[in-house]
Design a protein around this ligand. Sequence first.
Ligand SMILES: O=P(O)(O)OC[C@H]1O[C@H](O)[C@H](O)[C@@H](O)[C@@H]1O
Length: 613
Amino acid sequence: MASISGAFSPSSTLLRPRRHQSVVFSAFPFRRLRPPQSIADLSRSSSPSYPCSSTNNSLKPGSVCPVEKDPKKLWDRYVDWLYQHKELGLFLDVSRIGFTDEFLEKMEPKMQKAFQAMKELEKGAIANPDEKRMVGHYWLRSPHLSPNTYLKDQIEKTLDRICEFAEAIISAKIKPPSSPAGRFTQILSVGIGGSSLGPQFVAEALAPDNPPLKIRFIDNTDPAGIDHQIAQLGPELASTLVIVISKSGGTPETRNGLLEVQKAFREAGLNFSKQGVAITQENSLLDNTARIEGWLARFPMFDWVGGRTSEMSAVGLLPAALQGIDIREMLVGAALMDEATRSTVVRENPAALLSMCWYWASDGVGSKDMVVLPYKDSLLLFSRYLQQLVMESLGKEFDLDGNRVNQGLTVYGNKGSTDQHAYIQQLREGVHNFFVTFIEVLRDRPPGHDWELEPGVTCGDYLFGMLHGTRSALYANDRESITVTVQEVTPRSVGAMVALYERAVGIYAALININAYHQPGVEAGKKAAGEVLALQKRVLTVLNEASCKEPVEPLTLDEIADRCHAPEEIEMIYKIIQHMAANDRALIAEGSCGSPRSVKVFLGECNVDEMYA
Ligand SMILES: O=P(O)(O)OC[C@H]1O[C@H](O)[C@H](O)[C@@H](O)[C@@H]1O
């Protein structure tokens, strides 16, 4: 790599655009052998072999299988395993994952079983048995594959409506009633989890510098965060289209976000219903609210699309279209990737290659974390998006046969090269509990804008050097990695990447025999949150009774817990008091919060109505 010295003495040399450049690359003559019939065939073929012996019944060699270091053999492995999708301009390099021929051979029957499971899923099987639901996100980009014409029509009609609505908003055929701009200029998206992460990722990746409508998100029940978003809109609230997204239509954080935004509208003298849009399942609480209040529009979320795989439904497509992103291109990218990932030849199926690598790298039990490092600022949120897609899908206590398995695959990462200045030190030299996925984007800038900031080297060359330097340095220390390469960040390539990972998760889930499409663990936290709020109400009632006495009776935490009939909840009661005391809740706490036993509490005023309620 070029030396750093002199890096800040820009040379103004403009690069001559070479029109043939990308063509040369995409037509690079990667040798494609006659497709082998199975992985087992491959292991008997001329591919280089990696001499790791397997321990008894494990699919992976027991201890550490040293990765190939011989440059010539590594190049052979690179060339042999390089996957290319020509039409999408996407490459997948798995050469720096050390799977062996023996591993591939043993995996082959499992892979074939997984392909069969995916085939049945796409045909409309109840692939989510707990919730008795079909899993149909693949139909969203290929409606003709839906199991019946009713679903096909639903998908197509919804897509047409999204396009028409977005066009009417952008062209100001539909206007907000009291906007000085005379048109919608902002989107405020209210939603959480799968109803927000995809739209956030896509906005960051694809929104133009000056979109027809700018988007911001409320994705939490943090009052300060909500206030910040509303304050940032300022007078533009009058020109804001509020899209409330919730599949269930009853998620508390989203409901709270909606109530806070509606209050802001009231206070600004605006009519929310003329600016509100709902995306939710038919007849959900949100749907009924939107219908009764006469909101501007309602779009459906289908029962058979899960939140974390909803990017190609109205959830992802409506916000994207309103930002001027070509959503039909996103769908084309996803459909092309779906087609490629239906192949039952592992080597020719990039999602199968990914899931097979995950299995190898994490022993099929999540023993290693997946660090996702896109070297492109616009893909910053990809790892965050993947975190939900992968971890909520694969992180399960039981397998499909009811065995306790505590499965999962941890995902984290932000972007390169920024993360090289944060935690890559540990990855290179510290605890060896991860593998990396590099996301490489070949095109640095739009054509005609590049320049050499030192002789022969552009800013993008540095980014390129950082990626490959890190990949090599990690590999030299036996740290495995996968590299996904795309030509550019476009609606098509983003659609393809979403589809690639959706399918990889589906295949991997089949390999480890778990239901990827439910999330029973999330319910426990929601239920516990409800219990905390119920306890808070009981605490307030007890305090009110004591505070209405003459004279007022300050209570210790033990006394409050006893009167709430919840002595085992004393710690939570302490936390409730601490939180309310910090938030001007007419509650007076004497003593020191640092020594909870000294605390005595009463209310600043007695609420007589509540006493007799
Ligand atoms: O879209 P919603 O029904 O509001 O759900 C939003 C999110 O909430 C949940 O707790 C689930 O774990 C997520 O999978 C879901 O995406």
